[in-house]
Design a protein around this ligand. Structure first.
Ligand code: I6G
Length: 677
């Protein structure tokens, strides 16, 4: 290609350098999961390249990282014929079906129950796409469609940072088709749905629908804003390069070309090891950042794959061992209303019991009345219930086609189902509240549970069931009564041995030594979380000053806006609350004075802020945070220039690279121990 004369050599070199640099960081982020620079630094590189390309439009090439913003809307998607059909996978739902799979393979390979080698990886719940590269350049992306013909979604695929526009290594096949899954992780899905609601759009029912909908938008500029990720799982067409005979090695080859592969990919030997792998991934399922619906096993040896062959639309050499479904249909029997700590009434669906994701579910949240109306959910309907990640089960939608005639819209009760106080709705808010305050047993129970919880007063052994029993049996009425509890009363409770009663008394005694921040948090003031409680404690330094604080003074505190300030003022305006606080202190709850902290070598970290990342040996992250806080430090979840140091255990995340970029010191476990003395 002739080089236009008017572009100085140094500009061309700068553009190339920036493109290479950006592509290298893309690879570190998406492929190696080990970013080296902050998002801001990455954006700066991209903006520098954009400025140069605006000035010298001849420098813009289709594989430039600036070209991921999307193009003008299309009118339709063209149909694409897959050179090699995109097959589907056979499923197994239990161990017997896995055994049958292995037997079929052994028969085909004329083997007598030997341990065949497999490649195992989780099955992402997204949608399959094919990416075609010629001479290292992405020339076409297509959906799976019916397996023979898909839709050309090249413009949309180009907007995903995890899809290389140009392959990065020397050993590039002349032509290669990479197949994989496009998905949306939990965090991206939640953020997208929030944005959809804010903009008056429709929520997506699950991450899979959100990914499919986003990838099939005619306007790729919108796709560019959707949190989609690609992860490869195999090779389709390939020309002009020698490939290994092992599927696992081929996946490593794809990684070396710049394609993300599953971080959980493993080689396993024999069906028993496959089943162990399945169980291990099933256990991890709720902790993963994205949804998976099973595990895929593939014969690792390509020659064996060829012998096993393909039946109808699925290869005989692969199987998806599916997890129990996380979305199921069941009947909505009734709607009850649960009263929370601050009096909010949450509609709760009572369901015909059903197994969701391997767990029996008979209750699910309906969030609030606006949600019920928006989703048009009625008692008697068949509804879709979903349980994913560590979130509580929820009713996602109703199945209108199955609606019976006498189905009824749930109604918000006018009086609290627990204490019969009136129920009100504040203007502009979706929530309805019981006005009973501490008169309401439900609010009292929740307030006590919160007070005793780990991040508040941390009363070991005082669990939810016990609190409920004690309130129901009128042993306690409020948090003020907890420290009056006596052995004899406790030992008389159901399933409470004398030893456990004594342990609880000891735990209550131990909890009296606390921090002002924990105490403020434990009081359960509306919208005062841990961080706000800490800011209030550091600012006011005593509960007395906090009690007397005026709105203006409260608003001068970090993290405190008008709503929180008003909540704090209202809380301390109530004579009963002041009485309870006074009573608790009278019973011996105490904390080190914040003034003292600066002089006390035990509390020597006042004014410092730490971020903890990775795994510390023999110490949970919460415990490490507690040790720092006990010495007066603040613990934050994000690194900024104001962070004193990052404490990095094993397998730290991107926080370490961010700290390095910002020049924030990084302490390993030994340095951390030294810091604590
Ligand atoms: O749909 C699929 C998801 C994941 C697959 C697949 C896969 O491997 C991890 N592998 C094959 C061979 C096919 N579909 C056809």
């Amino acid at each position: 290609m002739p080089v236009p004369e008017n572009i100085p050599e140094n500009i061309r070199a700068d553009c190339k350098m920036l493109r290479d640099e950006i592509n290298r960081h893309n690879c570190r982020y998406y492929v190696l999961d080990d970013p080296q620079i902050t998002d801001q630094a990455y954006d700066q590189l991209l903006r520098r390249l954009q400025r140069l390309e605006t000035q010298y439009p001849e420098q813009v090439s289709s594989d430039s990282p600036t070209q991921r913003v999307g193009a003008a809307p299309a009118t339709h998607f063209e149909s694409v014929r897959h050179e090699m059909p995109m097959l589907s996978l056979d499923n197994a739902f239990d161990e017997a079906e896995m055994m049958a799979f292995e037997k079929r393979l052994n028969d085909k390979l004329s083997k007598e129950s030997t341990s065949l080698p497999y490649t195992a990886e989780p099955k992402l719940d997204g949608l399959a796409v094919s990416l075609l590269y010629e001479q290292g350049l992405l020339i076409q992306a297509a959906t799976r469609g019916d397996g023979k013909n898909g839709e050309n979604i090249t413009a949309n695929a180009r907007t995903l940072g995890s899809i290389p526009l140009r392959l990065q290594t020397e050993r590039i096949p002349a032509r290669i088709e990479v197949r994989g899954e496009v998905y949306m992780d939990h965090a991206g899905f939640r953020a997208l749905n929030e944005r959809q609601l804010e903009n008056g759009g429709k929520e997506f029912a699950n991450p899979r629908n959100a990914a499919a909908g986003s990838l099939r938008l005619l306007d790729s500029r919108i796709t560019a804003k959707r949190p989609l990720t690609f992860c490869s799982y195999g090779i389709g067409v390939i020309e002009g390069d020698y490939l290994d005979d092992s599927h696992y090695d081929r996946m490593m080859f794809l990684q070396s070309l710049g394609f993300p592969i599953s971080p959980y990919i493993e080689r396993v030997s024999g069906i028993d090891a496959c089943i162990d792998y399945y169980r291990a991934i099933l256990q991890k399922r709720d902790e993963l950042a994205f949804e998976i619906d099973g595990v895929v096993f593939k014969l690792d040896n390509l020659q064996q794959q060829a012998i096993a062959g393909t039946v109808s639309r699925a290869p005989r050499w692969a199987i998806a061992y599916k997890f129990p479904a996380q979305e199921v249909m069941t009947k909505l029997l009734d709607v009850d209303f649960q009263v929370g700590r601050t009096g909010t009434l949450t509609p709760v669906a009572r369901l015909e019991p059903v197994a969701v994701g391997g767990v029996m579910v008979s209750n699910a949240t309906l969030h609030n009345m606006d949600e019920i109306q928006r989703k048009d959910i009625r008692i008697g309907d068949m509804v879709i219930v979903r349980r994913a990640g560590d979130v509580i089960p929820e009713v996602v939608s109703t199945v209108v086609d199955k609606r019976v005639q006498d189905s009824a819209l749930p109604e918000m009760p006018r009086r609290c189902p627990v204490c019969d106080s009136s129920v009100t709705q504040q203007e502009g808010q979706a929530a309805y509240r019981c006005t009973g305050g501490l008169v309401c047993a439900a609010q009292r129970k929740e307030a006590i549970k919160h007070f005793a919880s780990r991040k508040a007063m941390d009363v070991e052994g005082l669990g939810d069931k016990l609190v409920e029993q004690m309130v129901e049996q009128k042993m306690i009425d409020s948090i003020g009564d907890l420290y009056h509890l006596e052995m004899v009363e406790l030992a008389a409770l159901d399933r409470m041995a004398e030893k456990s009663a004594q342990n609880l008394i000891d735990a209550l005694e131990k909890s009296k030594q606390t921090t002002l921040a924990r105490f403020i948090y434990a009081l359960g003031i509306r919208e005062v979380g841990e961080t706000t409680a800490e800011s209030l404690a550091n600012h006011f330094k005593s509960i007395e000053s906090l009690q007397e604080a005026e709105i203006d003074h409260l608003q001068a505190v970090d993290d405190v806006g008008p709503v929180v300030a008003e909540n704090v003022r209202l809380f301390f305006q109530q004579p009963e609350n002041r009485e309870i606080v006074g009573g608790l202190i009278g019973q011996g709850i105490h904390w080190p004075s914040i003034e003292d902290k600066r002089n006390n070598s035990e509390l020597s970290l006042v004014g410092n802020t730490y971020v903890i990342t990775g795994m510390l040996e023999g110490l949970g992250r919460d415990e490490a945070a507690a040790l720092l806080k006990a010495r007066g430090a603040r613990v934050s979840s994000s690194v900024s220039a104001k962070t004193t140091a990052v404490i990095a255990g094993e397998k730290p995340g991107s926080k370490v690279s961010k700290a390095a970029t910002l020049g924030v010191p990084i302490l390993d476990q030994i340095a951390f121990q030294a810091l604590l003395g």
